[in-house]
Design a protein around this ligand. Structure first.
Ligand code: HEM
Length: 77
C-alpha cells in the first residue's frame, strides 16, 4: 500500500488477480490492465460479491473489501 494509505492498482489490486484469472477472462477484458478493470469495475465487483467469480471459489471478504475500497476511492493508479 502506498505511504499515504491510498490503494493503488499496481500494488494492491492487480496482484489479487492470478494468472489463471487473467488468462480466463481475456475473452472479455484484461484483469491486469487498469483501464479494462476500471471500465468493468461495477460488474467485476458484483461477480466477486455474489461469489460467481473466480469460478474455482469466492474471494475472502478482505480481498473483496480491498477491491471495493479501491473502486470507492476513484480507482487510483
Ligand atoms: C464482469 C465480471 C465477470 C464476468 C461477466 C465473468 C464471466 C465469466 C465467464 C462467462 C466465464 C466462462 C464460464 C465459466 O467458467 O463460468 C468465466 C470464467 C472464469 N472467470 Fe470470470 N467473469 C468475470 C469476472 C471475473 C473475475 C473478477 C475473476 C477473478 C477474480 C474471474 C475469473 C474467472 C476464472 C478463473 C474463470 C474460469 C477459467 C478456468 O476454467 O480456469 N472472472 N468468467
Amino acid at each position: 500500500m502506498a505511504a499515504t494509505g491510498e490503494l493503488s492498482f499496481e500494488d494492491d489490486i492487480k496482484p489479487l488477480f492470478t494468472q489463471r484469472d487473467q488468462e480466463a477472462m481475456l475473452i472479455m477484458f484484461d484483469l491486469w490492465d487498469q483501464e479494462d478493470v476500471r471500465e468493468h469495475a461495477d460488474d467485476i465487483l458484483k461477480t466477486l460479491e455474489n461469489g460467481r467469480m473466480p469460478c474455482y471459489g469466492p474471494w475472502p471478504e478482505d480481498q473483496i473489501d480491498r477491491f471495493r475500497r479501491w473502486k470507492d476511492a476513484g480507482m487510483p493508479e
